[in-house]
Design a protein around this ligand. Structure first.
Ligand code: BGC
Length: 758
């Protein structure tokens, strides 16, 4: 095998694929998604797959995604540009799957490479998380009897991406045991659909020599141009046919002298800065650099990212790989602030959630960025400020004032969720947005953020809530009626505790900002009063009720109806049954208690755990992590570990076919830092506070943090905690209840005398 980018695969940094059969191909396409700000690609193979045409037209209709069975397809290609949406006639706006440009296939003895054929052996792919480089190696016995080694390497340049340039670089190295004539085909295929729908109003293809250029115009009017160049030893010949164009280069490979072919692709859009240059000019700009030069710059950019984000776990290889896989996807998906987008629920790696933004942004993703890359975190939080007008339109459509953030938001903030239950009723999102903005202010220590940039969001959210509350006849308190809390299996509930508490939070935040800035004085009085009087209802024995009369619903018959526990409960019980029984999709009251710990006694939290956890199906990928963290807090070590393992398995063990569960990735980081290291967020504590509980197998846990502007290195072992910081002032920190001052640029050590372990 000729030398390639990675001398050795480090198991602590690499995910490998050796199974190319059945449905696993699609799962790896999600798991191996690569990208940089502005451009993301699914981890598909480099050749078209015979039984998986990508241009099929079909209707994906609105349904409950939890129970949705996705279309059978062996492979799903994906090219996504954050911000490029199309209009679907029944599903509303969705992120467009753009033309596929990874096509790079050798043909020998009249036969093109086909991963399915028996002639292919020793086939493996490795995603190196250090630099998000995908390497594929295989041996091919050609029809003429030659034994050919193929090595593919590819990356989406993080170095170029950081400068606003979308560049994908591929290299194919071909070695053989006898002189062999090879034809290599490299192309762009625009015969692709998104969820079965064709969003292209126009496709222009031009192929000339080694270059193929494809421009598409979407149904929302964006123009995206993709241009590839094939770098081969001899001149190439171009072809175009329908929506496909490709260049073909021929060469002879002789033993010991591998043939090295490169393909580079750049992408531009009509939204880019006008002076950004066209695809052709961009390709020219990289012409002087070889693959290794481009890869070095790319790897350096990734190294810089890992330096402030890597979590090191000693003693548990699976945990190490799981957390790095999650972080790699989080680092890949963070958008540029100027793109004015957030991170969609499938991490720009699949179409299941139509490329839309959920509360996942604030509650599951934001913490990772806030405590590792606060400036980057602003890009996410600011998206809500930029999309305020969309939220105002959503409120207006319902005849309400202010702003109602979309349950499923597109790039402009408009509600796109095609299901009325969620779109109209899962209203906690508006307060989650405010919570996220407040979290930015607290974690960065920049209170002015709320009074300047974010104030308009706070005021409009408060106006919305003021109109959304009701007072029922006979009640002496306001209520929020007809809502769906985080638990999506209880659809039209009253006084959902989570929704009420978060609405109070949003109302108080607006009243506080009004007081500080001297604006909206009259309204602010109402906001404060409402915030104070929205109730959290409890049963006589003190149990915090998820919503009014929740405890009067009958229990769900899990034993009778949920025979196959490897699949969601919702796949085996009709939606109407979910809606009329006590069964939760995910943490609801426990989510509330997770966020507002200091407002609930440990006994309240234990009671809630004992009541709600057995009623929870964990059908949502967002559920396990919150339960793991709550279990850590409650000292339920076995449960903490069980839920941790469940959360880690979500994408690693075959769940990424329709995209990465990026919120679960954010939650994996939270489970390590907030759960096992027991850090309290800046929303809960002004002082950096840790109370670690290392799992039995972990000997050392280390991670970097930014705490209110100070960079801190955390090291937790069985015996103690070490905090090292580089701040110019001293830093207060509390570990296992003991408060200390760490001098400027110094180290603080706490002996914790053996931490408890699950
Ligand atoms: C969950 C939501 C989540 C959404 C997107 C749903 O299944 O119930 O809480 O926001 O997925 O991740």
């Amino acid at each position: 095998m000729p030398c390639h980018t990675h001398a050795a695969h480090d198991p602590a940094w690499c995910i490998q694929q050796t199974d190319f059969a059945g449905s696993s191909l699609k799962a790896y396409e999600g798991l191996f998604a690569q990208g940089a700000p502005g451009l993301h690609i699914r981890g598909s193979l480099e050749e078209p797959i015979a039984d998986a045409p990508q241009g099929l037209r079909y209707w994906r209709t609105p349904g409950n995604v939890t129970a949705e069975v996705f279309r059978e397809a062996r492979s799903k290609f994906g090219t996504y540009l954050p911000g490029i949406y199309g209009s679907h006639p029944i599903l509303n706006n969705e992120l467009v799957n753009l033309p596929w440009f990874l096509w790079l296939v050798p043909e020998i003895d009249g036969s093109a490479l086909d991963a399915d054929s028996d002639a292919v052996a020793e086939h493996e792919r490795t995603l190196d998380l250090r630099d998000n480089t995908l390497v594929r190696a295989l041996t091919w016995r050609t029809p003429g009897g030659a034994r050919v080694s193929l090595l593919y390497e590819r990356f989406v340049s993080m170095d170029a991406g950081a400068r606003g340039v979308r560049l994908c670089v591929q290299r194919l190295t071909i070695d053989t045991d006898r002189a062999t004539d090879v034809t290599v085909r490299a192309g762009i295929d625009a015969d692709v659909t998104t969820n079965g729908y064709d969003h292209f109003k126009r496709v222009d293809l031009a192929a000339e020599g080694e270059r193929v250029r494809c421009a598409v115009q979407t149904d929302l009017g964006d123009r995206v141009e993709i241009e590839s160049i094939l770098l081969a030893p001899h001149a190439a010949e171009a072809h175009a046919e329908g929506r496909r164009g490709w260049s073909e280069a021929r060469a002879q490979v002789t033993p010991g002298t591998p043939l090295v072919i490169e393909k580079r692709t750049t992408v531009t859009t009509s939204r880019d800065a006008p002076d950004g240059g066209g695809t052709g000019e961009l390709l020219e700009a990289f012409a002087g650099a070889g693959f290794d030069d481009l890869h070095r710059a790319h790897a350096d950019a990734w190294r810089a990212k890992w330096a402030h984000a890597d979590v090191r776990i000693q003693g548990d290889d699976r945990a190490q790989l799981a957390v790095r896989t999650s972080i790699a996807h989080l680092l890949r998906t963070l958008p540029h602030a100027s793109d004015r987008v957030a991170i969609d629920a499938k991490g720009y790696a699949g179409e299941a959630y139509w490329g839309r933004f959920f509360w996942d942004t604030e509650m599951y993703l934001l913490p990772f960025y806030l405590y590792t890359d606060p400036a980057g975190a602003r890009a996410l939080a600011d998206f809500r400020i930029h999309s305020l007008e969309g939220a105002q339109r959503n409120a207006h459509k319902l005849g309400l004032p202010g702003a109602k953030y979309a349950w499923e938001s597109d790039q402009l903030g408009d509600e796109c969720c095609p299901n009325w239950q969620y779109a109209d009723h899962e209203v906690h999102i508006t307060s989650d947005v405010v919570y996220g903005l407040a979290h930015v202010a607290r974690a960065t220590g920049d209170d002015s953020y709320l009074d300047t940039h974010a104030a308009c969001v706070l005021f409009d959210a408060a106006r919305y809530w003021t109109a959304r509350v009701s007072v029922r006849p006979g009640d002496d308190h306001p209520s929020i009626l007809g809502v769906m809390g985080p638990d999506e299996y209880t659809p039209i509930a009253d006084n959902n505790a989570y929704t009420n508490r978060l609405a109070s939070f949003a109302l108080e935040a607006a009243a506080d900002a009004a007081a500080r800035t001297g604006q909206c004085r009259d309204e602010a009085r109402t906001w404060r009063e409402l915030g104070r009087t929205l109730p959290i209802h409890r049963r006589a024995d003190g149990l915090v009720l998820q919503s009014d009369a929740f405890d009067r619903l009958p229990l769900a018959d899990f034993d009778g109806r949920w025979k196959d526990r490897t699949r969601p409960f919702a796949s085996q019980a009709p939606q109407e049954y979910l809606y009329r029984t006590q069964c939760l999709k995910q943490a609801d009251v426990l989510m509330l208690m997770w966020l507002f710990d200091s407002e609930f006694s440990i006994e309240d939290q234990r009671t809630a755990w004992r009541y709600y956890e057995p009623r929870t199906t964990h059908d949502s990928s967002l559920s396990a992590a919150i339960h793991s963290m709550m279990a850590c807090r409650l000292g339920l070590n076995e449960e903490a570990w069980r839920f941790w393992e469940e959360a880690c398995a979500i994408d690693l063990d075959g769940g990424a076919a329709e995209g990465i569960h990026i919120a679960a990735c954010g939650a994996v980081w939270q489970m390590v830092v907030f759960g096992f290291a027991g850090m309290r967020s800046a929303m809960e504590d002004e002082v950096l506070t840790l109370d670690p509980r290392l799992p039995a197998g972990w000997t050392t846990l280390e991670f970097p943090l930014v705490w209110r502007g100070t960079s801190v290195q955390v090291r937790v072992t069985k015996d103690g905690v070490e905090l090292r910081h580089s701040g110019a002032a001293s830093l207060s920190a509390r570990v296992a209840g003991e408060l200390r001052e760490i001098p400027a640029g110094g180290v603080g050590r706490w002996a914790t005398g053996g931490t408890t372990a699950p």
